[in-house]
Ligand binder design. Structure first.
Ligand SMILES: *[C@@H]1O[C@H](CO)[C@@H](O)[C@H](O)[C@H]1NC(C)=O
Ligand SMILES: [Ca+2]
Ligand SMILES: [Ca+2]
Length: 201
């Protein structure tokens, strides 16, 4: 990730900065992704300039390929064993349980939010995680604001749900949070219960 960032930062520098960094090098330059090596330099001769630019583009392509492969490798390692990636979303659990309020705080402090599956595919990825942990987990959505109307932390109404039959039932008049069972089905649950913390990023 840092590697990717540093290349992006270099790429967004003005051209003058890059030209200062330009080095001449052979076509067999070893690309290791740690250094942004620009082959050749932009000369006054337009043909030479084009050839030089093409070499630079090819070098960048090799570096991007290297970074993509490295990123994929790190993502796999990072998600083992307590995370799941689905599309651009990552679910990750710390393996511990908390009340809804504390779970929400943990995820916010980590720069994410509580798990909010918005499709059957996301719900299936989350189900894998909670069934591996063998614990029900809190989702981000609540009907604290208006009883019976579940919303995301943004206030947006649900775009997907997977309620267990007979749920949500607001049992005892005090179920305003949502848990996902190891089956993947949802139940409205008391927010003070302790449930597995799963954040999404
Ligand atoms: C899962 O947890 C329940 C109790 O919550 C327990 O009875 C059961 O044995 C556990 N299953 C596994 C595979 O650990
Ligand atoms: Ca409720
Ligand atoms: Ca319920």
């Amino acid at each position: 990730m840092l590697l990717l960032l540093s290349v992006l930062i270099l790429l967004t520098q003005p051209l003058g900065y890059l030209e200062e960094e330009v080095k001449t090098c052979s076509q067999n330059t070893v690309i290791n992704g740690c250094t942004l090596v620009m082959c050749g330099s932009v000369k006054n001769d337009p043909i030479e300039g084009i050839i030089s630019l093409r070499q630079q583009v090819e070098a960048l392509q090799r570096q991007v390929q290297y970074l993509q492969a490295t990123f994929t490798q790190y993502k796999k390692a990072e998600l083992f064993p307590n995370g799941r990636g689905i599309g651009e979303k990552i679910f990750k659990t710390g393996g511990f349980e908390n009340s809804f309020k504390d779970a929400q705080k943990v995820c916010e402090q980590a720069g994410g939010q509580l798990a909010s599956p918005r499709s059957a595919a996301e719900n299936a990825a989350l189900r894998e995680l909670v069934s591996t942990q063998n614990k029900s987990a809190f989702l981000s959505m609540t009907d604290i604001k208006t009883e019976g109307k579940f919303i995301y932390p943004t206030g947006e109404p649900l775009v997907y749900s997977n309620w267990q039959r007979g749920e949500p039932n607001n049992h005892g008049g005090e179920e305003n949070c949502v848990e996902i069972f190891t089956s993947g089905k949802w139940n409205d649950q008391n927010c003070n219960k302790q449930r597995l913390v799963v954040c999404e990023f």
